[in-house]
Design a protein around this ligand. Structure first.
Ligand code: GTP
Length: 598
């Protein structure tokens, strides 16, 4: 395809503002898929999506569009993941295209993810076409939202496309805007040494690993022997093609084109998003700039509830890791929980996705320990260590100081909930950076410790704002603070799974809350159980769970036989999920509940 007839673009939007629906419409209107094959949410419904269960990776589709100027253009749409956990992948896929459609729900307005994604697009030097969606809704206020886009984002929205992706209004205008307002890829030499960027990859049971690429310079052909410049892997190109959205073979892809290849690549781990692909012979000398592997920032321990599941769990984790280079794991033994794994994730959503898959697809009951971040320990002897697991925190006498990762968080919320949001951020050691109003909503920007966000910040934010807040963040770097390890002792035995790093000033409060919670969560035993929180050797909070007197069921429920039976059954079911700590049994939910803060 001549380069001036190519348009590569992505759609950026807040969740639910209509990205998938618009993509479907574009595909449908250009006849890329025959009407009878058109399913709602086509991009989402592709097999790989179904297999993964969640739209977290980029997808792409190539559309032929006969424009009003008489030319037929090739439009390549890349669907980018929307969640902050995958920010690096979003920013890479943005670098593979020249423009973006900025979709904003005209009945809702700009949200935190709209901002985060559009800034990524601006950083990637995109031309941006604002699209106001859902104008069919009575609550739509396109003028107000256009103004908001200009105020908040600072781009011209006077000629925004007004559309309804649902009814189809305005879709032809969007197609014209793509060819007239978005730039063609920069002219590059098709005979230059090949430089193609790896946008995404996934495992296909029939084809092996499928690699999505954007050719920057040169040409890739079926049968070429290629090399990945960062990982050094060498492969033959067995199959080369484009997505329409189903796979269609092509003989070659030139500068500006987007497509895929396969080449007997065994595991997704061998491919790195952002890597440069070149030919083995007469290849490029320098890779494309800006590569960085996505690194885990949130860690937690995963342990099987039933120790007999450990081998199955190891197999499952190895399988999941084959398809996800950003998920890390190593074996961990916990005095309390037995054998398990210390796992690293890109963020909380990533953690949930992996944990759910282990439980659902591999049928393994898991105990998840408190999510933690990587602390930088500066030792008195001058050494710097990374602390991934609070349980490994060395004695404070050896540590000079501790640094923790901080984030810049952007929260948008209707005015009436602002007070609660500010309080929440304050409680989590946040420092306010900015507070402005945009179109009737407040926008608060905070510097927050990541540690305080990985517990249950999203949940708390949702509940104090009845779901009306939107939230987005980026990592900002490390900063020193007064951080210590707090241990929990049950019946004088430390429960390593409940160890956590906390700020010294908040330790008493957190310790007390934890002990109180555990007191409710741990069933009574035949003896008295002290529950303590301690820093170093010093106890900072304490509760005592009193002993139960003989048969609790007999006492509580006297003559009511059915209630008694129910209670016994419940206790029996609960038994399976109990862990033994010295002489004390602790139910599994206690860990999860105890780690949530109120
Ligand atoms: P994610 O894929 O979850 O990020 O969301 P998305 O941004 O792709 O949104 P999606 O296309 O799934 O649309 C979200 C909801 O809005 C769906 O229920 C759509 O049917 C609805 N919707 C999309 N466009 C319109 C529109 O123009 N008008 C109306 N009334 N509803 C729409």
């Amino acid at each position: 395809t001549p380069q001036h007839l190519i348009r590569n673009f992505s759609i950026v939007a807040h969740i639910d503002h209509g990205k998938s629906t618009l993509a479907d419409r574009l595909i449908q209107l250009t006849g890329t898929v025959a009407e009878r094959d058109m399913k709602a949410q086509l991009l989402d419904a592709m097999d790989i999506e179904r297999e993964r269960g969640i739209t977290i990776k980029a997808n792409t589709v190539r559309i032929d569009y006969p424009a009003k100027d008489g030319n037929t253009y090739v439009l390549n749409l890349i669907d980018t993941p929307g969640h902050v956990d995958f920010a690096y992948e979003v920013s890479r896929s943005m670098r593979a295209v020249e423009g973006s459609l900025l979709v904003v729900d005209a009945s809702q307005g700009v949200e935190a993810q709209t901002l985060a994604n559009v800034y990524t697009a601006i950083e990637a030097d995109h031309e941006i076409v604002p699209v106001l969606n859902k104008v069919d809704l009575p609550a739509a206020e396109p003028e107000r939202v256009a103004e908001q886009i200009e105020d908040v984002i600072g781009i011209d929205a006077s000629n925004a496309c007004l559309i309804s992706a649902k009814t189809g209004i305005g879709i032809p205008d969007v197609l014209e805007a793509i060819v007239t307002r978005l730039p063609a890829p920069p002219e590059k030499d098709a005979n230059a040494p090949l430089k193609a960027m790896l946008i995404d990859s996934w495992y296909d049971p029939y084809l092996g690993v499928v690699v999505l690429i954007r050719v920057m310079e040169g040409t890739i052909r079926k049968g070429d022997n290629i090399r990945m410049m960062r990982t050094g892997g060498k492969y033959g190109v067995d199959k080369l093609g484009v997505f329409r959205p189903q796979m269609q073979d092509v003989a070659e892809l030139g500068p500006g084109e987007i497509g895929f290849f396969t080449g007997s690549i065994k595991q997704v781990r061998d491919t790195r998003v952002g890597d440069t692909i070149t030919t083995e012979k007469k290849g490029a000398e320098t890779p494309l700039p800006g590569f960085k592997p996505s690194i885990p920032v949130v860690f937690c321990g995963l342990f099987p509830v039933d120790a007999n599941d450990f081998e199955d769990m190891r197999d499952a984790i190895e399988k999941l890791a084959l398809n996800d280079a950003s998920f890390t794991y190593e074996m961990e033994t916990s005095a309390a929980l037995g054998f398990g794994f210390r796992c690293g994730f890109l963020g909380l959503l990533h953690l949930e996705v992996i944990r759910d898959r282990l439980e659902r697809e591999y049928d393994i009951d898991l105990i998840t320990t408190a999510p933690s971040v990587i602390y930088h320990l500066y030792m008195k002897d001058g050494e710097r260590r990374d602390l991934h697991n609070p349980a490994d925190m060395p004695d404070l006498t050896y540590v000079d100081h501790v640094e923790e990762p901080r984030i810049k968080a952007t929260i948008m919320v209707p005015d009436e909930y602002l007070g609660d949001v500010l309080k929440l951020c304050q409680d989590r050691r946040g420092i306010q950076l900015d507070l402005t109003y945009v179109g009737g909503r407040a926008m608060a920007v905070y510097d927050l410790p990541l540690n305080e966000v990985v517990f249950d910040f999203y949940d708390r934010l949702k509940s104090v704002t009845k779901g009306y807040a939107s939230f987005d963040y980026q990592l900002e770097g490390y900063r020193e603070d007064n951080l210590v390890k707090m241990q929990i002792l049950v019946n004088d035995e430390p429960v390593d799974a409940l160890s956590m790093m906390v700020h010294r000033d908040r330790a008493e409060m957190r310790g007390r809350a934890m002990c109180e919670k555990l007191k409710d969560l741990i069933p009574r035993h035949m003896f008295k159980i002290p529950i303590q929180a301690a820093i170093g050797g010093k106890v900072i909070a304490r509760e005592t769970l009193s002993a139960m007197r003989k048969d609790v069921t007999a006492k509580c429920y006297g003559g009511d036989a059915t209630r008694k039976k129910k209670l016994l059954e419940k206790q029996k079911a609960g038994k399976k999920k109990m862990r033994q700590f010295g002489k004390v049994e602790i139910p599994q939910e206690a860990f999860i509940s105890a780690l949530k803060m109120d």
